[in-house]
Design a binder for this molecule. Sequence first.
Ligand SMILES: [Zn+2]
Length: 284
Amino acid sequence: MLGHKLFHAKCNWVDKMKKWLLLGITLYSTNLAAFPHANPVPGGIAVVPVAPLSDPLPIVQYGNQRVTVVAQGNQWIALVGISLDAQPGSQRLSINQGKPASFQIGNKQYKTQRISIKDKNKVNPDEESSQRIVQELKVQKQVKTRFSANIKADLNFIKPVPGHDTGRFGLRRIINSQPRNPHSGMDIAAATGTPIKATASGTVLHIDDFFFSGKTVYVDHGSGVISMYAHLSQILVKPGDSVQQGDFVGKVGSTGRATGPHLHWSVYLNGQAVDPSLFLPPKN
Ligand SMILES: [Zn+2]
């Protein structure tokens, strides 16, 4: 009987030590870990605690899309990408263990941008181009919704080229007087040929030459975090290549539908384009 009690006392002591050790490791890694800023609006990120870190990694879904989950503090946190055309209101996340979680989408009105494009076929594509666009949309959807579950997300981001963010993320666009999809990335002004750095470590997921995005590179940063670099003059990587943060993936250009040389940089979470500036220190 006494032995039994001692055994339990010892177990409790070991458990407590384990908890303290885990807490210590967690605090240590939290201080080092990069983390996007929460901004739960269309085109932003909801940061939602979903389970204590003592639980196994939860599998979280938003609609039918798996959501990036990372450790922070003593919790598992879901980083939910919110669609640019989402409506404000309450949203639900399903979790494989325990109760669902919810979050609120706030209101955000993006300004309207009017652009003039000389190449008329890039605004009102002919039949052949339209078929090409439909095919490319399928490829793009598949690529941006990739979820590499066995790779921990690398959220330690840098700006891919130095230069001015022209502040166009989310703008509703009127091109040659016709409404078009909202702008789903950050445009950074840079000269043709400027080398483009991988924003974080990862694996080159796809390269292509698209009708609208021109020469494009996608990098998979693990667990549903994907970056995309568009309108390149040159691509310097191939699918399957491992890249470290800062490795060159291509050079700035103006291929596809672009008004001039610049880098279009997109970041996807659960397949939704979110504002890349949320991953950078303020005023980057
Ligand atoms: Zn752009």
